[in-house]
Design a protein around this ligand. Structure first.
Ligand code: AHG
Ligand code: MN
Ligand code: MN
Length: 337
């Protein structure tokens, strides 16, 4: 069988066989995510036909308007994970607090917690532009058999066991890593099966795309302004090209394939930027590093930040290693001046 014919189901079973003493819990967990992704995909695909576009009439704890699909995706992922009794806790961008889940035997003895951004890129839902789901998986740190606590969720990103995203784009893909390579699977919607289409994904050695919301330019720190000017200058292999979808998942996905950097910096309005450390930056940083890239807050590795709260935000610089390092150089220089 060629790599291209391999389904995600088969890939998971093969991987499972490589871990002699594993209980299969992680494999079952990823299976549930792939299933929930298919359900959400189905809804996203017919979004223009049914009454699922637009605002749901509420706000999440971060004061952001919830779209109907935000709420729907959140429910699907939570229900799918709860019904399969495979995680002991879930934290979601759309939930005020984490959810504690008892296992099948009512014992709280499942190992893993999941953190997620169920629908990323909400502002693109109504206009037929790619959106996504981001997930991050950790082993609990509190004793098995007891309800999970905040401590289980506030782990630095370097403790992640697995992370990934689903992109609901021109085709639907799930891209994830359990710590070694990053692999991408494309959904064949006719038969509802994901096939391994992008084995061992890596950022190309160099990139020429920068992705940043330049509408916020005047509020950017001087280091980011200087880096943008560097990207636009006519020297060596520059000017770079600018691409910004406004869905982190899609911007990251494109940059990983074509080579680029994504920046959502702190601004004079938002001291910590906009993106969430636990639901967005950590999982993307985990994937970036496994794909040969880099992720930083402008000064420090994202995966080493010790979180202090669930919905914490952080400035985010992520993509090709050399591009992120160059941006860091500008940040450091501007700070000194
Ligand atoms: P979410 O839809 O989960 O709230 O995330 C949106 C995030 C991210 O996906 C995107 O890159 C960024 O917000 C866009 O923000 P701006 O509209 O401020 O550029
Ligand atoms: Mn998001
Ligand atoms: Mn979201």
């Amino acid at each position: 069988m060629t790599e291209h014919n391999k389904t995600l189901g088969e890939f998971i079973i093969n991987k499972q066989a490589e871990f002699k003493y594993s209980s299969g819990e992680l494999s079952r967990l990823i299976n549930s995510i792939r299933l929930a992704g298919k359900i959400v995909n189905h809804e996203v695909n017919k979004a223009g036909l049914v009454d699922i576009l637009g605002a749901a009439g509420g706000e999440n704890i971060q004061g952001e308007t919830q779209q109907k699909l935000d709420v729907y995706a959140n429910e699907v992922f939570i229900k799918t994970l709860i019904n399969r009794e495979i995680v002991c806790g879930i934290a979601s961008e759309e939930e005020d607090d984490f959810i504690s889940i008892k296992g099948g035997n009512n014992k709280n003895d499942n190992k893993y917690v999941v953190l997620m951004d169920p629908l990323d890129g909400s502002s693109n839902i109504d206009v037929n532009v790619s959106v996504g789901t981001i997930f991050s998986i950790y082993r609990r740190v509190t004793p098995s058999g007891t309800p999970v606590t905040l401590e289980d969720f506030l782990q630095p990103g370097n403790q992640q066991v697995a992370a990934g995203y689903i992109v609901y784009g021109t085709s639907t893909m799930i891209v994830y890593s359990t710590g070694h390579g990053v692999n991408g699977f494309t959904l064949n919607p006719a038969i509802g099966t994901y096939y391994l289409s992008h084995p061992n994904m890596k950022f190309p050695a160099s990139g020429n795309i920068y992705s940043v919301n330049e509408g916020n330019y005047i509020h950017f720190p001087q280091g980011v302004k200087d880096y943008i000017k560097y990207c636009q200058s006519e020297e060596e292999d520059r000017p770079y090209t600018s691409r910004y979808i406004g869905s982190l998942v899609s911007d990251f996905h494109r940059n990983m394939i074509k080579g680029g950097i994504y920046i959502y910096p702190n601004t004079s309005k938002n001291r910590d930027g906009k993106l969430r450390l636990l639901y967005e930056c950590n999982p993307m940083a985990f994937l970036a590093e496994r794909a040969g890239g880099k992720a930083s807050n402008g000064f420090k590795r994202i995966l080493e930040i010790k979180p202090t709260e669930l919905h914490q935000r952080v400035p985010f610089f992520c993509g090709n290693k050399e591009m992120v390092e160059k941006a860091e150089e500008f940040m450091k220089k501007a700070e000194k001046e």
